[in-house]
Design a binder for this molecule. Structure first.
Ligand code: NAP
Length: 464
């Protein structure tokens, strides 16, 4: 075999190993115990893929590649160091970069080949740039909303869906014209420009709080456009990686929508999040029972079983390490402590698992919703740490509630309920929570980190 043929073989082989590592990464990422290994496998797979690509004979000059690598590193390193609560917008930025890359490659390939582009290739190329373009601006908008650079609330106007769908229809019509006659190069800028506008308009009516689900959906678009790019460039690795990205992003959005009991159309067109201000005013008139850390600690110390229910407030307060100390203090006293994990607690999938793993809470203490719900009735104390919607019994009892039908943690079935939060303000869904007004509920008002710290002190576990 000649040396170029050997190099080609080696590249294909390395790509095969990369693809396998990507598949294993996804598998390992699905369980907390193996998630770190999954991240490593993904990293090694990507490194191998980049190295193999650099072996290609088609590369005649490495200057621009070196510049791109340096630039990518300069941008990538700080992006990897953002706070955990900023990961959704960071992920959106990564999708934006990926989608921009796909769109640019698609444009370059078109102009290199036009007018001699076979119909199937033109169709795939069109799909690549349409999905790439809308994912680029859509992801930037999503990141802007999450970072609160852009207004979070949904902005709606009459006929909005018709305008948006018309833009998409025009893009598809342009693609069809180009498939019939790829020589119409003047149409190509429109094929890129209209999806760019569509990406912005698509996100405008979606509330900031729905962005994680939207980002997951954009993730799947980015994956599909990368797979299309794989066809155009005849790269099997890109096809595999794009398909994995596309399908996993889609499955994740389905899981998130199901866990919120929302349909895709409700997330994309429902303008969720507009009612928050109205709902917030209603609660103040009703009475709740509150308690001090000392009183709460006495009840906790006398309990046999405690289930901790973490939520978004624990993430905001960065209270996970205090929660670990709390777990240690109670466990030392012989109390059985478990953690109830709702699939959409927090603001991104796996948010609670990641934070509790960071604090080294044993994995076998973390129980999914279906596993922990039957246990609440035998639980002495359910301690809610900055969670709200995922514990709201209105999801079971009130057909008029916007979260009716959403699966929740049955915290209200525990013998005593304690809720750590700063006020009676609503959470993500913007609605009041019946749980706070139950006779068995004690409100522990305060910042999650500070209050759990006080509980630890009262339980005699400080500083260990
Ligand atoms: P939540 O309903 O948003 O409630 C969080 C609560 O944390 C708030 O009521 C807030 O009350 C409290 N809080 C905020 N900062 C705090 C602090 N420093 N210390 C103590 N408490 C603090 O959160 P959740 O119960 O975790 O539910 C998640 C919600 O997000 C669900 O509605 C879900 O559908 C939605 N969602 C989740 C995802 C996901 O992937 N996880 C994606 C999209 C949407 P105070 O202001 O009174 O303190």
């Amino acid at each position: 075999m000649t040396s170029p043929a050997v190099a080609e073989r080696a590249i294909e082989l390395i790509y095969l190993v990369s693809g396998t590592l990507f598949i294993l990464a996804l598998k390992w990422l699905s369980a907390p115990a193996t998630a770190r290994r999954g991240v490593r496998a993904g990293e090694v797979g990507m490194l191998l893929a980049i190295c193999a690509t650099l072996l290609h004979r088609g590369i005649v000059d490495f200057t621009w590649i070196a510049i791109a690598l340096v630039l990518g590193t300069i941008i990538g390193v700080p992006l990897g160091r953002v706070a955990m609560t900023a990961v959704p917008q960071r992920t959106a930025l990564s999708h934006a970069f990926g989608a921009l890359c796909v769109t640019l490659v698609g444009a370059a390939e078109y102009y290199l080949r036009a007018p001699h582009v076979p119909a199937v290739m033109m169709a795939v190329l069109s799909m690549e740039v349409i999905l790439g373009g809308l994912t680029f601006t859509g992801s930037l908008m999503a990141a802007g909303k999450l970072q609160e650079i852009l207004p979070q609330r949904p902005i709606t106007y009459k006929g909005q869906n018709i305008v948006n769908l018309s833009l998409l229809a025009i893009s598809v019509a342009l693609a069809a014209l180009l498939v019939v006659d790829p020589g119409r190069t003047s149409l190509f800028p429109l094929l890129i420009g209209i999806p760019l506008v569509f990406g912005v308009l698509m996100i405008v009516p979606i509330g900031g709080a729905d962005m994680p689900t939207v980002i997951s959906l954009l993730n799947s678009y980015a994956g599909l456009s990368a797979a299309a790019m794989g066809f155009v460039l005849n790269s099997k690795l890109l096809i595999v990686a794009g398909a994995l990205d596309g399908s996993s992003g889609f499955i994740l959005s389905v899981i998130m929508s199901k866990a919120m009991n929302r349909s895709f159309s409700n997330v994309l067109f429902g303008a969720f999040g507009q009612v928050q201000a109205a709902a917030a005013g209603v609660q103040e008139a009703r009475g709740v029972r509150s308690a001090t850390a000392e009183e709460a600690a006495q009840i906790l110390a006398a309990a046999n079983s405690v289930v901790v229910v973490p939520g978004y407030g624990m993430a905001v307060a960065q209270a996970q390490h205090k929660v670990r100390e709390f777990y240690d203090a109670l466990t030392r006293r012989g109390v059985d402590v478990k953690f109830a994990i709702h699939p959409v607690a927090g603001r991104m999938p796996g948010h609670m698992n990641v934070l509790l793993a960071e604090a080294d809470i044993p994995y076998d203490r973390l129980l999914d919703m279906d596993a922990i719900n039957p246990e609440f009735a035998q639980t002495d104390v359910a301690l809610v740490v900055g969670a709200n919607d995922v514990t709201n019994p209105a999801a079971r009892n009130d057909p008029a509630s916007p979260i009716y039908g959403m699966p929740i943690l049955d915290v209200d079935k525990a013998k005593t309920v304690m809720v750590i939060k700063r006020s009676l303000s609503p959470g993500f869904a913007g609605i009041d929570n019946e749980l706070y007004y139950l006779g068995k509920t004690l409100m522990l008002f305060g910042d999650a980190k500070a209050f759990v710290g006080e509980l630890v002190r009262e339980l005699g576990g400080e500083g260990r």
